[in-house]
Design a protein around this ligand. Structure first.
Ligand SMILES: *Cc1c(COP(=O)(O)O)cnc(C)c1O
Length: 375
């Protein structure tokens, strides 16, 4: 086993991602399942994640930005569609068309720019339309979609591949907005008969069948996060460990860390570990959160620094801990949801902030595929 020379290690279980994809795909069949891998695959590594999902049969990938689509194209075969959810920045149309990505248009001006390029080239260009069915974030109002649907030139200029919308409350199964959005989306998709339709994110994938349309767009559920209140049997994907840089014993009255915010009330054994807010570990977990070792909680004391934080390892069950050992931050003792709850945020934000400094280990078919920084 090579030794990993990094003070923090992020382990990404691609087998679990594939199993989660399969769980969702089986659940929504005969609808099919795409995958949302924006923001670098929710922080875990878009290329590895997308390639694993492709091997599991996924052929529709959704990212937010054009540059993210370029990254995926390099690792996916040509039969995979890559949708750019945020549409295109003005002027990016030729680059998108050249790369063969499918932009998802949210406004009439975005559509007009695409049609201009299609006319100039004398070909229909592939695109998707997002309709606003009630979230008021992105998407064409239904009246504008209706105007496009009635315009015969639109059908000549745009090869419409997908009609989409997005649920504001898909993670709350009983929220009345879900039925309202479903009804609005049904009216919108009816404007474009024969074009595949997509409404459901992770939460929507676990709503009743009529929410699934032709293709669902799960993101966070692929990464093992239950999208709603119910347990779904999804497997955890990410594990995070950090290394002890230094151990010290302090006497009662000793201040610890920036601002000396923590003052030892008694003799304490402390360990400083090599992870901080620059690694996406939330600064507001200072004095609140904990690391774990063999099921023993190790409270974070004082402020979280940029590159390190200090934990209390006075618990006698942690007596064996030594400099160089790894402690758990996300894993069997502390789920992503636990960390998010303690930090007052959602698992999405914890994942996507994890940052670039961790050594990453990708596990697929039981094998470690890649290890950053190793001896
Ligand atoms: C991010 C996003 C998704 C995926 O959402 P999850 O809640 O992570 O499943 C799906 N569709 C759109 C338009 C999105 O922006």
């Amino acid at each position: 086993m090579p030794q990993i020379l990094s003070s923090s290690i992020l382990r990404i279980d691609l087998d679990a991602i594939r199993a989660n994809y399969r769980t969702i795909a089986d659940r929504v069949a005969p609808a099919c399942a795409g995958a949302v891998v924006k923001a670098n695959g929710y922080g875990l590594g878009a290329e590895r994640v997308a390639a694993a999902l492709y091997r599991e049969g996924c052929r529709a990938f959704f990212v937010a930005r054009l540059v993210e689509a370029d990254t995926l194209r390099a690792v996916l075969d040509a039969d995979a569609d890559i949708f750019v959810l945020n549409g295109l920045d003005p002027g990016a149309e030729p680059r998108c068309a050249g790369a063969g990505h499918i932009p998802v248009f949210n406004s009439s001006s975005q559509v007009a720019a695409w049609r201009g390029l299609a006319v100039a080239r004398g070909v229909a260009l592939p695109a998707a339309l997002q309709l606003d069915s009630g979230m008021s974030r992105l998407g064409l109002p239904l009246a504008e979609a209706e105007r496009l649907a009635r315009d015969p030139a639109f059908a000549r200029e745009v090869d419409l591949r997908l009609v989409t919308s997005h649920l504001a409350c898909g993670d709350e199964p009983d929220h009345p907005a879900n039925a309202a959005q479903l009804a609005a989306f049904a009216a919108g998709r009816a404007l474009f008969p024969g074009v595949p339709a997509s409404l459901a994110n992770s939460g929507g994938s676990f709503l009743p069948e009529d929410f699934h349309g032709d293709i669902v767009r799960p993101g966070v559920a692929l990464f093992g996060v239950d999208p709603g209140p119910a347990a779904t049997g999804l497997r955890p994907v990410a594990a995070l460990h950090a290394r002890i840089l230094q151990i010290r014993e302090v006497a009662a009255g000793t201040g610890v860390g920036y601002g000396l915010d923590h003052v030892a009330s008694d003799r304490q054994r402390l360990a400083t570990i090599g992870i901080g807010y620059a690694d996406g570990w939330p600064r507001n977990l200072g004095g609140v959160g904990r690391a774990w070792w063999n099921g023993v909680p190790l409270p974070i004391i004082g402020r979280v620094s940029m590159d390190s934080l200090t934990i209390d390892i006075s618990d006698p069950r942690a007596a064996a801990l030594a400099e160089g050992d790894l402690v758990e931050l996300i894993g069997p003792s502390q789920s992503l949801a636990d960390v998010a709850r303690d930090a007052g945020t959602i698992p999405y934000e914890i994942l996507t902030r994890l940052g670039a400094r961790h050594a990453r280990i990708f596990v697929e078919a039981g094998q470690s595929l890649d290890v950053g920084d190793r001896a």
